[in-house]
Design a protein. Structure first.
Length: 537
Protein backbone atom coordinates (compact mmCIF):
# COMPACT_ATOMS: atom_id res chain seq x y z
CA UNK A 1 0.00 0.00 0.00
CA UNK A 2 2.85 2.38 0.79
CA UNK A 3 4.43 1.99 -2.64
CA UNK A 4 1.12 2.54 -4.39
CA UNK A 5 0.52 5.62 -2.24
CA UNK A 6 3.87 7.10 -3.29
CA UNK A 7 3.10 6.36 -6.93
CA UNK A 8 -0.31 8.02 -6.63
CA UNK A 9 1.41 11.18 -5.42
CA UNK A 10 3.52 11.23 -8.56
CA UNK A 11 0.45 10.67 -10.72
CA UNK A 12 -1.41 13.54 -8.99
CA UNK A 13 1.47 15.86 -9.75
CA UNK A 14 2.84 16.28 -6.23
CA UNK A 15 6.12 15.63 -7.99
CA UNK A 16 6.31 16.70 -11.66
CA UNK A 17 7.00 13.43 -13.42
CA UNK A 18 6.42 12.52 -17.06
CA UNK A 19 3.60 10.02 -16.63
CA UNK A 20 2.92 7.25 -19.11
CA UNK A 21 0.00 9.18 -20.56
CA UNK A 22 1.94 12.43 -21.02
CA UNK A 23 4.87 10.45 -22.40
CA UNK A 24 2.65 8.87 -25.04
CA UNK A 25 1.04 12.22 -25.80
CA UNK A 26 4.45 13.80 -26.45
CA UNK A 27 6.05 10.80 -28.15
CA UNK A 28 6.50 12.42 -31.56
CA UNK A 29 7.76 15.65 -30.01
CA UNK A 30 10.25 13.84 -27.75
CA UNK A 31 11.48 11.76 -30.68
CA UNK A 32 12.02 14.96 -32.64
CA UNK A 33 14.02 16.53 -29.81
CA UNK A 34 16.09 13.36 -29.48
CA UNK A 35 17.03 13.63 -33.15
CA UNK A 36 18.67 17.04 -32.57
CA UNK A 37 22.20 17.82 -31.46
CA UNK A 38 22.17 17.75 -27.66
CA UNK A 39 25.26 19.17 -25.98
CA UNK A 40 24.02 18.09 -22.56
CA UNK A 41 24.49 14.51 -23.72
CA UNK A 42 27.59 14.91 -25.86
CA UNK A 43 29.43 17.62 -23.95
CA UNK A 44 29.98 21.23 -24.98
CA UNK A 45 32.72 21.84 -27.59
CA UNK A 46 35.83 23.84 -26.73
CA UNK A 47 35.25 27.57 -27.13
CA UNK A 48 31.50 27.17 -27.74
CA UNK A 49 30.49 29.81 -25.21
CA UNK A 50 33.01 32.45 -26.28
CA UNK A 51 32.86 35.37 -28.69
CA UNK A 52 35.04 33.61 -31.23
CA UNK A 53 34.81 31.69 -34.48
CA UNK A 54 34.18 28.53 -32.41
CA UNK A 55 31.35 30.14 -30.43
CA UNK A 56 27.67 29.28 -30.71
CA UNK A 57 25.90 31.24 -33.44
CA UNK A 58 23.39 33.63 -31.86
CA UNK A 59 22.43 34.79 -35.35
CA UNK A 60 20.89 31.38 -35.94
CA UNK A 61 18.74 31.78 -32.81
CA UNK A 62 17.68 35.29 -33.87
CA UNK A 63 16.66 34.03 -37.30
CA UNK A 64 14.66 31.23 -35.67
CA UNK A 65 12.84 33.66 -33.38
CA UNK A 66 12.11 36.06 -36.23
CA UNK A 67 10.40 33.20 -38.02
CA UNK A 68 7.98 32.99 -35.07
CA UNK A 69 7.33 36.70 -34.74
CA UNK A 70 10.03 37.47 -32.14
CA UNK A 71 8.00 36.31 -29.12
CA UNK A 72 10.88 37.21 -26.77
CA UNK A 73 10.08 40.90 -27.33
CA UNK A 74 6.60 40.52 -25.88
CA UNK A 75 7.42 40.08 -22.18
CA UNK A 76 9.81 41.47 -19.59
CA UNK A 77 12.55 39.17 -18.36
CA UNK A 78 15.02 38.58 -15.57
CA UNK A 79 18.06 36.87 -17.11
CA UNK A 80 20.33 34.79 -14.85
CA UNK A 81 23.87 33.59 -15.55
CA UNK A 82 26.47 32.10 -13.20
CA UNK A 83 28.51 29.02 -12.50
CA UNK A 84 26.42 27.92 -9.53
CA UNK A 85 23.10 28.91 -8.03
CA UNK A 86 21.24 29.87 -11.21
CA UNK A 87 18.38 27.40 -10.82
CA UNK A 88 17.85 28.05 -7.11
CA UNK A 89 17.98 31.82 -7.60
CA UNK A 90 15.49 31.54 -10.47
CA UNK A 91 13.16 29.50 -8.25
CA UNK A 92 13.39 32.03 -5.40
CA UNK A 93 12.68 34.98 -7.73
CA UNK A 94 9.81 33.20 -9.47
CA UNK A 95 8.13 32.28 -6.19
CA UNK A 96 8.45 35.83 -4.86
CA UNK A 97 6.73 37.17 -7.98
CA UNK A 98 4.03 34.48 -7.94
CA UNK A 99 3.31 35.19 -4.27
CA UNK A 100 2.73 38.82 -5.20
CA UNK A 101 0.18 37.60 -7.76
CA UNK A 102 2.09 37.93 -11.01
CA UNK A 103 1.83 35.42 -13.84
CA UNK A 104 5.39 34.17 -14.21
CA UNK A 105 7.21 32.19 -16.85
CA UNK A 106 10.31 30.38 -15.66
CA UNK A 107 12.83 28.66 -17.93
CA UNK A 108 15.64 26.57 -16.41
CA UNK A 109 17.79 23.54 -17.15
CA UNK A 110 18.48 20.69 -16.75
CA UNK A 111 15.41 18.80 -15.62
CA UNK A 112 15.16 15.99 -13.08
CA UNK A 113 12.28 13.76 -14.18
CA UNK A 114 10.64 15.32 -17.21
CA UNK A 115 11.55 17.99 -19.72
CA UNK A 116 8.29 19.73 -18.79
CA UNK A 117 10.00 20.92 -15.57
CA UNK A 118 12.12 23.32 -17.63
CA UNK A 119 9.14 25.53 -18.44
CA UNK A 120 6.91 26.73 -15.60
CA UNK A 121 3.88 28.83 -16.44
CA UNK A 122 1.43 31.15 -14.74
CA UNK A 123 0.59 31.79 -11.11
CA UNK A 124 0.71 28.12 -10.06
CA UNK A 125 4.35 27.46 -10.92
CA UNK A 126 3.48 24.03 -12.29
CA UNK A 127 5.45 22.51 -15.17
CA UNK A 128 4.01 23.13 -18.61
CA UNK A 129 1.44 20.52 -19.52
CA UNK A 130 2.18 17.78 -22.02
CA UNK A 131 -0.82 18.91 -24.06
CA UNK A 132 0.38 22.51 -24.31
CA UNK A 133 3.88 21.42 -25.37
CA UNK A 134 2.52 18.91 -27.84
CA UNK A 135 0.04 21.36 -29.37
CA UNK A 136 2.77 23.96 -29.77
CA UNK A 137 5.12 21.48 -31.40
CA UNK A 138 2.56 20.49 -34.02
CA UNK A 139 1.73 24.15 -34.60
CA UNK A 140 5.32 25.11 -35.37
CA UNK A 141 6.61 21.80 -36.74
CA UNK A 142 6.58 22.85 -40.42
CA UNK A 143 8.40 26.09 -39.65
CA UNK A 144 10.97 24.20 -37.57
CA UNK A 145 11.63 21.80 -40.40
CA UNK A 146 12.04 24.67 -42.86
CA UNK A 147 14.38 26.48 -40.47
CA UNK A 148 16.40 23.31 -40.03
CA UNK A 149 16.88 23.06 -43.82
CA UNK A 150 17.96 26.68 -44.10
CA UNK A 151 20.43 26.29 -41.22
CA UNK A 152 21.91 23.07 -42.65
CA UNK A 153 20.57 20.98 -39.76
CA UNK A 154 22.56 22.95 -37.16
CA UNK A 155 19.71 24.00 -34.85
CA UNK A 156 20.22 22.29 -31.52
CA UNK A 157 17.94 20.68 -28.94
CA UNK A 158 18.49 23.62 -26.57
CA UNK A 159 17.76 26.22 -29.24
CA UNK A 160 14.46 24.58 -30.21
CA UNK A 161 13.31 24.19 -26.62
CA UNK A 162 14.35 27.75 -25.73
CA UNK A 163 12.36 29.02 -28.71
CA UNK A 164 9.33 27.03 -27.55
CA UNK A 165 9.63 28.46 -24.04
CA UNK A 166 9.67 32.02 -25.39
CA UNK A 167 6.69 31.30 -27.65
CA UNK A 168 4.72 29.89 -24.72
CA UNK A 169 5.57 32.88 -22.50
CA UNK A 170 4.26 35.19 -25.21
CA UNK A 171 1.19 33.04 -25.88
CA UNK A 172 0.33 32.88 -22.18
CA UNK A 173 0.90 36.63 -21.79
CA UNK A 174 3.07 36.23 -18.69
CA UNK A 175 3.77 39.37 -16.69
CA UNK A 176 7.45 38.51 -16.46
CA UNK A 177 9.79 35.63 -17.33
CA UNK A 178 12.72 34.39 -15.24
CA UNK A 179 15.27 32.85 -17.59
CA UNK A 180 18.35 30.82 -16.74
CA UNK A 181 21.23 30.87 -19.21
CA UNK A 182 22.34 27.43 -20.29
CA UNK A 183 26.08 28.03 -20.80
CA UNK A 184 28.03 31.17 -20.05
CA UNK A 185 25.82 33.98 -21.26
CA UNK A 186 27.21 35.92 -24.22
CA UNK A 187 26.67 33.15 -26.79
CA UNK A 188 23.92 31.26 -25.00
CA UNK A 189 20.69 30.77 -26.95
CA UNK A 190 18.71 32.54 -24.21
CA UNK A 191 20.73 35.74 -24.76
CA UNK A 192 18.59 37.24 -27.50
CA UNK A 193 16.72 39.42 -25.02
CA UNK A 194 17.23 43.11 -25.81
CA UNK A 195 17.69 45.95 -23.35
CA UNK A 196 14.06 46.99 -23.89
CA UNK A 197 12.88 43.57 -22.73
CA UNK A 198 15.30 43.06 -19.84
CA UNK A 199 14.09 44.02 -16.37
CA UNK A 200 17.31 42.89 -14.66
CA UNK A 201 20.38 40.77 -15.31
CA UNK A 202 21.80 38.51 -12.57
CA UNK A 203 25.24 36.91 -12.26
CA UNK A 204 25.28 34.54 -9.31
CA UNK A 205 28.87 33.24 -9.17
CA UNK A 206 31.92 32.73 -11.38
CA UNK A 207 33.78 29.42 -11.11
CA UNK A 208 35.79 27.09 -13.32
CA UNK A 209 33.02 24.79 -14.56
CA UNK A 210 32.93 24.39 -18.37
CA UNK A 211 36.41 25.91 -18.46
CA UNK A 212 37.32 24.75 -21.99
CA UNK A 213 33.95 25.76 -23.45
CA UNK A 214 34.24 29.26 -21.98
CA UNK A 215 37.75 30.19 -23.03
CA UNK A 216 40.07 28.39 -20.65
CA UNK A 217 40.37 30.85 -17.75
CA UNK A 218 38.33 32.38 -14.94
CA UNK A 219 38.66 35.73 -16.71
CA UNK A 220 37.13 34.46 -19.97
CA UNK A 221 34.34 32.79 -18.01
CA UNK A 222 33.56 36.11 -16.32
CA UNK A 223 33.52 37.88 -19.69
CA UNK A 224 31.16 35.24 -21.12
CA UNK A 225 28.74 35.62 -18.23
CA UNK A 226 28.94 39.41 -18.41
CA UNK A 227 27.54 39.05 -21.93
CA UNK A 228 24.01 39.13 -20.52
CA UNK A 229 24.42 42.73 -19.30
CA UNK A 230 22.32 45.09 -21.41
CA UNK A 231 22.43 48.84 -21.95
CA UNK A 232 20.97 50.73 -18.99
CA UNK A 233 19.48 47.62 -17.33
CA UNK A 234 20.30 46.90 -13.67
CA UNK A 235 22.73 44.11 -12.84
CA UNK A 236 22.49 42.11 -9.62
CA UNK A 237 25.62 40.33 -8.39
CA UNK A 238 25.42 37.31 -6.11
CA UNK A 239 28.95 36.34 -5.12
CA UNK A 240 31.26 36.44 -3.41
CA UNK A 241 33.64 37.05 -6.31
CA UNK A 242 37.41 37.15 -6.54
CA UNK A 243 38.15 40.92 -6.66
CA UNK A 244 39.66 41.06 -10.15
CA UNK A 245 36.81 38.90 -11.51
CA UNK A 246 34.22 41.23 -10.02
CA UNK A 247 36.12 44.14 -11.58
CA UNK A 248 35.77 42.55 -15.05
CA UNK A 249 31.99 42.31 -14.57
CA UNK A 250 31.66 45.82 -13.11
CA UNK A 251 33.75 47.29 -15.92
CA UNK A 252 31.41 45.70 -18.47
CA UNK A 253 28.41 47.08 -16.57
CA UNK A 254 29.99 50.54 -16.57
CA UNK A 255 30.44 50.48 -20.34
CA UNK A 256 26.75 49.53 -20.65
CA UNK A 257 25.69 52.24 -18.15
CA UNK A 258 24.07 49.52 -16.06
CA UNK A 259 23.61 50.19 -12.33
CA UNK A 260 25.04 47.40 -10.16
CA UNK A 261 23.45 46.00 -7.00
CA UNK A 262 25.56 43.55 -5.01
CA UNK A 263 24.18 41.07 -2.52
CA UNK A 264 27.60 41.25 -0.85
CA UNK A 265 27.42 45.00 -0.29
CA UNK A 266 28.91 45.79 3.13
CA UNK A 267 25.56 47.21 4.28
CA UNK A 268 23.80 43.91 3.66
CA UNK A 269 23.61 41.12 6.22
CA UNK A 270 22.36 37.58 5.85
CA UNK A 271 23.06 34.92 8.44
CA UNK A 272 21.94 31.45 9.43
CA UNK A 273 20.83 31.62 13.07
CA UNK A 274 19.82 28.04 13.68
CA UNK A 275 18.51 24.85 12.12
CA UNK A 276 15.13 23.40 13.14
CA UNK A 277 12.93 20.49 12.18
CA UNK A 278 9.52 21.63 10.96
CA UNK A 279 6.95 19.08 9.80
CA UNK A 280 9.65 16.44 9.84
CA UNK A 281 12.00 18.33 7.51
CA UNK A 282 15.04 20.49 8.32
CA UNK A 283 14.71 24.27 7.94
CA UNK A 284 17.40 26.88 8.39
CA UNK A 285 16.28 29.97 10.29
CA UNK A 286 17.86 33.06 8.75
CA UNK A 287 17.98 36.84 8.89
CA UNK A 288 18.17 38.67 5.56
CA UNK A 289 18.77 42.41 5.77
CA UNK A 290 19.32 44.27 2.49
CA UNK A 291 20.06 48.00 2.35
CA UNK A 292 21.02 49.24 -1.10
CA UNK A 293 21.92 52.93 -0.93
CA UNK A 294 19.60 55.33 0.85
CA UNK A 295 16.53 54.64 -1.26
CA UNK A 296 13.88 53.16 1.03
CA UNK A 297 12.47 51.22 -1.91
CA UNK A 298 15.73 49.30 -2.01
CA UNK A 299 15.72 48.09 1.56
CA UNK A 300 14.27 44.99 3.17
CA UNK A 301 14.64 43.55 6.66
CA UNK A 302 13.49 39.95 7.08
CA UNK A 303 14.03 38.17 10.39
CA UNK A 304 13.46 34.49 11.22
CA UNK A 305 13.03 33.45 7.59
CA UNK A 306 12.50 29.67 7.49
CA UNK A 307 14.24 28.36 4.37
CA UNK A 308 13.60 24.86 3.05
CA UNK A 309 16.72 25.24 0.90
CA UNK A 310 19.63 24.54 3.24
CA UNK A 311 23.21 25.77 3.35
CA UNK A 312 25.09 29.06 3.24
CA UNK A 313 25.03 28.89 -0.57
CA UNK A 314 21.23 28.74 -0.59
CA UNK A 315 21.05 31.66 1.82
CA UNK A 316 23.31 33.51 -0.63
CA UNK A 317 20.90 32.63 -3.46
CA UNK A 318 17.96 33.82 -1.36
CA UNK A 319 19.72 37.12 -0.64
CA UNK A 320 20.51 37.54 -4.35
CA UNK A 321 16.85 36.91 -5.21
CA UNK A 322 15.83 39.47 -2.59
CA UNK A 323 18.09 42.05 -4.27
CA UNK A 324 16.44 41.26 -7.61
CA UNK A 325 13.00 41.73 -6.08
CA UNK A 326 14.08 45.12 -4.69
CA UNK A 327 15.44 46.15 -8.11
CA UNK A 328 12.11 45.27 -9.68
CA UNK A 329 10.28 47.16 -6.94
CA UNK A 330 12.47 50.19 -7.66
CA UNK A 331 11.43 49.91 -11.33
CA UNK A 332 7.75 50.09 -10.38
CA UNK A 333 6.82 46.46 -9.78
CA UNK A 334 4.59 45.95 -6.75
CA UNK A 335 6.46 43.53 -4.45
CA UNK A 336 5.90 43.59 -0.69
CA UNK A 337 8.37 42.46 1.95
CA UNK A 338 5.86 39.81 2.97
CA UNK A 339 5.76 38.42 -0.57
CA UNK A 340 9.55 38.25 -0.53
CA UNK A 341 9.49 36.34 2.78
CA UNK A 342 6.74 33.95 1.72
CA UNK A 343 8.29 33.36 -1.70
CA UNK A 344 11.64 32.49 -0.15
CA UNK A 345 10.11 30.21 2.47
CA UNK A 346 8.04 28.22 0.00
CA UNK A 347 10.85 27.58 -2.46
CA UNK A 348 12.13 24.05 -2.91
CA UNK A 349 13.61 22.19 -5.86
CA UNK A 350 13.88 18.56 -6.84
CA UNK A 351 17.41 17.31 -6.32
CA UNK A 352 18.68 20.39 -4.50
CA UNK A 353 18.88 20.06 -0.71
CA UNK A 354 15.93 17.67 -1.03
CA UNK A 355 15.15 15.46 1.95
CA UNK A 356 12.94 12.47 1.29
CA UNK A 357 10.08 11.67 3.63
CA UNK A 358 10.27 8.63 5.89
CA UNK A 359 7.71 6.96 3.60
CA UNK A 360 9.88 7.54 0.55
CA UNK A 361 12.99 6.30 2.36
CA UNK A 362 11.08 3.14 3.31
CA UNK A 363 10.11 2.54 -0.32
CA UNK A 364 13.83 2.68 -1.20
CA UNK A 365 14.58 0.11 1.51
CA UNK A 366 16.29 2.72 3.70
CA UNK A 367 13.91 2.63 6.64
CA UNK A 368 14.93 4.94 9.45
CA UNK A 369 17.58 6.79 7.45
CA UNK A 370 17.65 10.47 6.60
CA UNK A 371 17.94 10.55 2.80
CA UNK A 372 19.28 13.67 1.11
CA UNK A 373 19.36 14.30 -2.64
CA UNK A 374 21.69 17.07 -3.79
CA UNK A 375 22.98 17.59 -7.32
CA UNK A 376 26.35 19.01 -6.23
CA UNK A 377 28.94 18.30 -8.94
CA UNK A 378 31.80 20.78 -8.46
CA UNK A 379 34.32 21.14 -5.64
CA UNK A 380 32.61 24.38 -4.61
CA UNK A 381 29.18 22.78 -4.41
CA UNK A 382 30.65 19.74 -2.63
CA UNK A 383 32.07 22.06 0.03
CA UNK A 384 28.70 23.79 0.35
CA UNK A 385 26.99 20.40 0.67
CA UNK A 386 29.30 19.33 3.49
CA UNK A 387 28.74 22.62 5.30
CA UNK A 388 25.00 22.07 5.02
CA UNK A 389 25.26 18.56 6.44
CA UNK A 390 27.48 19.71 9.31
CA UNK A 391 24.96 22.43 10.18
CA UNK A 392 21.87 20.20 10.05
CA UNK A 393 23.42 16.92 11.28
CA UNK A 394 26.66 17.72 13.13
CA UNK A 395 27.10 14.21 14.58
CA UNK A 396 25.56 12.08 11.86
CA UNK A 397 27.34 9.10 10.32
CA UNK A 398 27.45 9.66 6.59
CA UNK A 399 27.01 7.35 3.62
CA UNK A 400 27.47 8.84 0.14
CA UNK A 401 26.21 7.45 -3.17
CA UNK A 402 28.07 9.22 -5.98
CA UNK A 403 27.75 9.28 -9.78
CA UNK A 404 29.36 11.97 -11.93
CA UNK A 405 29.70 13.24 -15.48
CA UNK A 406 33.02 12.81 -17.23
CA UNK A 407 33.81 16.53 -17.56
CA UNK A 408 33.89 17.30 -13.83
CA UNK A 409 36.77 17.66 -11.36
CA UNK A 410 36.39 14.25 -9.71
CA UNK A 411 39.42 14.55 -7.45
CA UNK A 412 38.48 18.05 -6.30
CA UNK A 413 34.92 16.91 -5.58
CA UNK A 414 36.14 13.89 -3.58
CA UNK A 415 38.64 16.00 -1.66
CA UNK A 416 35.91 18.37 -0.43
CA UNK A 417 33.62 15.53 0.64
CA UNK A 418 36.34 13.60 2.48
CA UNK A 419 37.74 16.66 4.23
CA UNK A 420 34.33 18.00 5.23
CA UNK A 421 33.61 15.49 7.99
CA UNK A 422 33.80 11.80 8.85
CA UNK A 423 32.46 9.92 5.86
CA UNK A 424 31.74 6.33 6.77
CA UNK A 425 31.05 4.84 3.34
CA UNK A 426 31.19 5.99 -0.28
CA UNK A 427 29.37 3.95 -2.91
CA UNK A 428 30.45 4.86 -6.43
CA UNK A 429 28.12 4.08 -9.31
CA UNK A 430 27.01 5.34 -12.72
CA UNK A 431 24.00 7.32 -13.91
CA UNK A 432 23.04 8.21 -17.48
CA UNK A 433 23.81 11.90 -18.10
CA UNK A 434 20.96 13.72 -19.86
CA UNK A 435 19.58 10.35 -20.89
CA UNK A 436 22.81 9.22 -22.54
CA UNK A 437 25.94 7.32 -21.60
CA UNK A 438 28.65 9.26 -23.45
CA UNK A 439 29.35 11.63 -20.53
CA UNK A 440 29.00 9.08 -17.75
CA UNK A 441 32.12 8.35 -15.70
CA UNK A 442 32.73 4.64 -15.02
CA UNK A 443 32.64 3.84 -11.32
CA UNK A 444 36.13 2.33 -11.57
CA UNK A 445 37.56 5.68 -12.73
CA UNK A 446 35.72 7.49 -9.97
CA UNK A 447 37.32 5.10 -7.49
CA UNK A 448 40.78 6.08 -8.72
CA UNK A 449 39.93 9.74 -8.13
CA UNK A 450 38.67 9.10 -4.60
CA UNK A 451 41.77 7.05 -3.74
CA UNK A 452 43.95 9.89 -5.05
CA UNK A 453 42.00 12.45 -3.00
CA UNK A 454 42.29 10.32 0.16
CA UNK A 455 46.04 9.96 -0.40
CA UNK A 456 46.41 13.74 -0.79
CA UNK A 457 44.50 14.28 2.46
CA UNK A 458 46.27 11.51 4.34
CA UNK A 459 42.96 9.75 5.00
CA UNK A 460 43.15 5.95 5.15
CA UNK A 461 40.33 4.13 3.42
CA UNK A 462 39.24 0.57 2.71
CA UNK A 463 38.39 0.00 -0.94
CA UNK A 464 37.36 -3.00 -2.98
CA UNK A 465 40.49 -4.72 -4.21
CA UNK A 466 42.19 -4.60 -0.80
CA UNK A 467 42.52 -7.79 1.22
CA UNK A 468 41.32 -5.93 4.33
CA UNK A 469 38.21 -4.82 2.46
CA UNK A 470 37.40 -8.38 1.39
CA UNK A 471 37.80 -9.59 4.97
CA UNK A 472 35.51 -6.85 6.24
CA UNK A 473 32.81 -7.67 3.71
CA UNK A 474 33.10 -11.42 4.31
CA UNK A 475 32.57 -10.84 8.02
CA UNK A 476 29.35 -8.98 7.08
CA UNK A 477 30.16 -6.25 9.54
CA UNK A 478 29.92 -3.28 7.21
CA UNK A 479 28.69 -0.35 9.26
CA UNK A 480 29.49 -1.76 12.69
CA UNK A 481 31.21 0.67 15.00
CA UNK A 482 33.92 -1.84 15.90
CA UNK A 483 35.29 -1.72 12.36
CA UNK A 484 34.70 1.91 11.55
CA UNK A 485 35.40 3.55 14.88
CA UNK A 486 39.02 4.08 13.87
CA UNK A 487 37.97 6.75 11.41
CA UNK A 488 38.51 4.73 8.24
CA UNK A 489 36.05 5.05 5.38
CA UNK A 490 34.88 2.32 3.04
CA UNK A 491 35.00 2.97 -0.71
CA UNK A 492 33.05 0.63 -2.97
CA UNK A 493 32.04 0.51 -6.63
CA UNK A 494 28.52 -0.61 -7.40
CA UNK A 495 27.06 -1.62 -10.75
CA UNK A 496 23.74 0.19 -10.41
CA UNK A 497 21.53 2.33 -8.20
CA UNK A 498 19.69 -0.80 -7.04
CA UNK A 499 22.92 -2.38 -5.83
CA UNK A 500 23.77 0.88 -4.05
CA UNK A 501 20.42 0.79 -2.27
CA UNK A 502 20.98 -2.82 -1.20
CA UNK A 503 24.47 -2.06 0.11
CA UNK A 504 23.27 1.09 1.89
CA UNK A 505 20.49 -0.91 3.53
CA UNK A 506 23.06 -3.50 4.65
CA UNK A 507 25.13 -0.74 6.23
CA UNK A 508 22.08 0.60 8.05
CA UNK A 509 20.98 -2.83 9.23
CA UNK A 510 24.41 -3.44 10.70
CA UNK A 511 23.88 -0.58 13.14
CA UNK A 512 21.11 -2.27 15.05
CA UNK A 513 18.98 0.09 17.11
CA UNK A 514 21.30 3.11 16.96
CA UNK A 515 20.62 6.18 14.84
CA UNK A 516 20.57 5.19 11.18
CA UNK A 517 22.53 8.18 9.87
CA UNK A 518 22.36 10.21 6.66
CA UNK A 519 22.56 8.79 3.14
CA UNK A 520 23.46 11.40 0.52
CA UNK A 521 22.93 10.87 -3.22
CA UNK A 522 25.12 13.36 -5.05
CA UNK A 523 27.67 14.04 -7.81
CA UNK A 524 25.10 15.07 -10.42
CA UNK A 525 21.43 15.88 -10.73
CA UNK A 526 21.12 12.67 -12.72
CA UNK A 527 21.72 10.40 -9.72
CA UNK A 528 19.02 12.40 -7.89
CA UNK A 529 16.78 11.88 -10.91
CA UNK A 530 17.44 8.13 -10.81
CA UNK A 531 16.41 7.96 -7.15
CA UNK A 532 13.20 9.90 -7.74
CA UNK A 533 12.39 7.82 -10.82
CA UNK A 534 12.80 4.63 -8.77
CA UNK A 535 10.18 5.96 -6.37
CA UNK A 536 7.77 6.30 -9.29
CA UNK A 537 8.27 2.66 -10.22
Amino acid sequence: MLLSSIRRKFARGVWPIRTLSSNAEMEEFLDYLDSLKNFEKSGVPRGAGTDSDEGFDLGRMRRLMERFGNPHTKFKAVHIAGTKGKGSTAAFISNILRTEGYSVGCYTSPHILTIRERILLGRSGHPVSAKLLNDLFHRIKQELEQAMKEENGCISHFEVFTAMAYILFADENVDIAVIEAGLGGARDATNIISSSGLAAAVITTVGEEHLAALGGSLETIAMAKAGIIKQGCPLVLGGPFVPHIERIIRDKAATMESPVVSAYDTRNRFTVKSCSILNGRPRQICDIVIQVGQDLKMSCKLHEVKLKMLGDHQLQNAATATCVALCLRNLGWSISDESIRSGLEHTHLLGRSQFLSSEEAEVLGLTGATVLLDGAHTKESAKALMNTIKTAFPKARLVFVVAMASDKDHVGFAREILSGGHVETVLLTEAAIAGGGTRTTPASLLKDSWIKASDELGIEIFHDGMAEYDELINEEQVGSESNLGDGMAILSTESSLNSCLKTANKILTGRGEEEKGVIVFTGSLHIASSVLASLAG
